[in-house]
Each structure stands twice: as structure tokens, then as C-alpha cells.
Ligand binder design. Structure first.
Ligand SMILES: [Zn+2]
Length: 232
């Protein structure tokens, strides 16, 4: 946990009054409960199995990040409010286009409207796919945590038997299994874990073997703390 404190020391949330319930700081993404600080499942997963983005233009990564956040946001709104109270997705591109970066690193302009339309289209694909599954969301953005392990995470969406994580990406990364394993382990129940993979062309379910994912998470977390201890 020392490493978390070192990386997040710039954030003022550590000076806030301790809260009884667990919460996540929107600025630095650290979880806190009372005086305890928790490392996040995603941080551990990415530290154990980092994705090499060195060859990709940072602006491309930024665009993908903005798109992922927006698809999640509108999908969540739809899950909570349903069709009737949802902003028409046709109106969305104009609203969200300014959130994308205006130009590439080399100064060439970004076609923000194109990415905004793509974002709305992926959201529509995702909603149609979800409807076709016939699932009911039993939890949306639920925090799961373990005080003894000092770890917390937030699931995207859950059904009765599944913990699901939304990934609006071109390629599935090895650390997703660890991430799901972490949520399943912190949940402590009998649920299955899967990624909902959202691309431009399709939406599909990528299921993981819950037992194996949880086992890999446990040994990964053990190594994470071992390494933290060796570096401090
Ligand atoms: Zn903070």
C-alpha cells in the first residue's frame, strides 16, 4: 500500500474526513474506507500484466479511453433508466464530439465527429446485444473489497450469475482474466466472470473459467505484494 500512497500523494482526498462506507476518489481512483486505503484490482492487474502501448500514438489511446468511458456511461444510463428516458442516441454525437482531443501529436486534426458517431453506434450495438441476451442487471458499478487483503474494485455490471466487465477495445488483453478473477474473488460467491467485448463490428461475450481466474488472481496478488515489499 506504500506504493499507492507514493503515487497518489498529490491528491487531496487523503485529507478528507474518513467515511464509514467504502468510496472511490474520482480524481485519483484510490478506494478508501475509514482510514484504510485500498489498491484497485485494475492497478494490480495492469502492474502484473502490463500492456505495451509504446508504439501507439498517445492521442489514439486518449480517443479510445474517451470512447470507452462514454460507451460505459450511456450504457449504464440505459440500464438504469430504460428506453423511454434515454437521450436519443442520434443526438449524442454532437454532444460528445468536443470531448475527443482536437488534434494528433503531429498537429493533424482529429475527425472528432467520426469518433463521436462511432461511440454512439457501439452503444446502440451494445444495447441491442444486451436486449438479445434477455438479462436483467442486478448490480451496476458495485464496489467489491476485502479489508484484510487491502484490495477493492468496481464491477461494471452484474446479472444474477455473472460479473461482467465492459471492454470497448480492438483486442482482448491477458490482464482482463486477472481483473475478473479479482472481482470474483472479492465477491466471494459462485458467480461466473466474463468480458463484454465491444468493437465497431460486433459485441460478444468472452467468458473466463472462474476457478482458474480466481486462482491466477490470488497468486498474482501474492506476487504483487511480495514485489511491493521488495521495492520499498
Ligand atoms: Zn484522490
Amino acid at each position: 500500500m506504500k506504493a499507492v500512497a507514493a503515487q497518489e500523494q498529490a491528491c487531496s482526498c487523503m485529507w478528507e474526513l474518513p467515511r464509514k462506507d467504502i468510496w472511490r476518489c474520482e480524481r485519483c481512483h484510490v478506494y478508501r474506507k475509514g482510514k484504510q486505503e485500498f489498491v484497485s484490482v485494475t492497478r494490480v492487474s495492469k502492474a502484473l500484466l502490463p500492456t505495451d502501448y509504446a508504439a501507439i500514438d498517445p492521442i489514439t489511446l486518449k480517443i479510445a479511453m474517451v470512447r470507452g468511458i462514454l460507451v460505459d456511461q450511456y450504457f449504464t444510463e440505459w440500464l438504469v433508466q430504460g428506453d423511454d428516458n434515454m437521450i436519443p442516441l442520434a443526438d449524442v454525437p454532437e454532444m460528445i464530439a468536443p470531448q475527443f482531443p482536437p488534434e494528433r501529436t503531429d498537429g493533424t486534426p482529429v475527425d472528432r465527429m467520426r469518433f463521436a458517431i462511432d461511440t454512439a453506434e457501439r452503444t446502440m450495438l451494445l444495447i441491442a446485444w444486451w436486449k438479445a441476451q434477455g438479462w436483467t442487471a442486478t448490480a451496476i458499478h458495485r464496489i467489491v473489497y476485502d479489508e484484510r487483503a487491502g484490495v477493492a474494485g468496481e464491477t461494471d455490471v452484474e446479472t444474477e450469475g455473472r460479473i461482467l466487465d465492459l471492454k470497448v477495445v480492438s483486442a482482448i488483453q491477458p490482464n482482463y482474466e486477472l481483473q475478473l478473477g479479482g472481482y470474483l474473488e472479492l465477491d466471494g460467491g459462485e458467480k461466473q466472470g466474463a468480458v463484454i467485448h465491444v468493437t465497431k463490428e460486433f459485441v460478444r461475450l468472452v467468458p473466463y473459467n472462474a476457478q482458474r481466474a480466481r486462482m491466477r488472481w490470488r497468486s498474482g496478488l501474492d506476487w504483487y505484494w511480495t514485489k511491493e515489499g521488495m521495492l520499498t
